[in-house]
Write a protein that binds this ligand. Structure first.
Ligand code: TMP
Ligand code: MG
Length: 263
């Protein structure tokens, strides 16, 4: 498969939270897109408290190795519904997002900047496909200087009023387990992939394996899975669904070495 992937034309599809972004750094958990807002001093205390309560309730369901995806989806919809309503109540200003990101402890996986620079200079289209929040994710990519013109973000984006106050979300909800249904939002990315049938896909959730559903066939898709927690309970399923499984690896070394092979 590597030989096929190393053929001339290729593309990259990457999840964001806990895939491009690190899980921990110096012994401390790093923030996700939602975490940046959930812990921001710019958000009101009622929001921070409730968002963290919801995370404590629903994240264990998201990663529960014993539940099926079908069983999890109603809980995920409940989680997004509640958190989205809560964010709207906070009247977040568009201008505050950059400050929230700068004040957070979000970090990209070690070597992500190098990999993204390499993909930019070699003109490889990169799709960042996230069930997080697009407006925050874009700020993170800008913060780390990797939001170049070969990168397309598909995620949940905010709707603003004419004063730049967030009043809701655009388009259909993307959650962890419907990444296959949302390929429509990224059709121009998938158009760019015509003739580029060798794809590297990276994710940390089993739902991420479906991110390439819109890729024109026939294609060779190499799936790299970051298994970040509940390792023993989830390893077997990850081994079945991804081609390569990296356990608690906070780097981009494997993807970078594959991209290096393509040169
Ligand atoms: P991803 O698709 O970029 O990984 O983003 C989805 C992650 O967002 C998911 O693994 C859990 C996380 N999340 C939160 O941390 N807080 C929330 O309120 C929600 C809805 C999701
Ligand atoms: Mg993720």
């Amino acid at each position: 498969m590597l030989k096929d992937i190393a053929a001339t034309a290729h593309g990259v599809i990457a999840d964001f939270d806990r895939t491009l972004s690190r899980v921990w750094h110096n012994g401390k958990m790093c923030e996700t897109c939602h975490g940046i807002m959930d812990n921001s001093a710019l958000m009101p205390p009622f929001y921070r408290q409730e968002a963290n309560r919801l995370l404590g309730k629903y994240y264990p369901i998201e990663i529960d190795p014993k539940m099926t995806e079908e069983e999890k989806i109603p809980y995920m919809l409940e989680w997004y519904g509640q958190i989205h309503n809560l964010i709207v109540k906070c009247r977040v200003s568009q201008g505050s997002l950059e400050d929230m990101v700068s004040a957070s402890n979000v970090k990209l996986r070690e070597g992500t900047e190098k990999l993204m620079n390499e993909l930019h200079t070699t003109n490889v289209p990169v799709l960042v496909f996230s069930a997080g929040m697009g407006d925050i994710l874009e700020q993170v990519l800008k913060h780390f200087n990797v939001y170049t013109n070969n990168v397309k973000v598909v995620s949940n984006f905010f709707r603003y009023d004419d004063k730049g106050v967030m009043v809701g979300f655009k388009d259909d909800l993307i959650h962890m387990f419907n990444k296959n249904e949302n390929a429509i939002h990224s059709s121009d990315y998938f158009d760019k992939l015509r003739g580029r049938n060798n794809i590297i896909l990276m994710g940390d959730s089993l739902g991420d394996t479906k991110m390439a559903v819109g890729v024109p066939q026939p294609s060779c898709i190499l799936k790299i899975g970051f298994l970040n927690d509940k390792v023993e309970e989830r390893l077997e399923k990850y081994m079945k669904n991804f081609d390569i499984v990296l356990i608690d690896d906070q780097t981009m070394d494997v993807a970078s070495s594959i991209v290096d092979l393509m040169k």
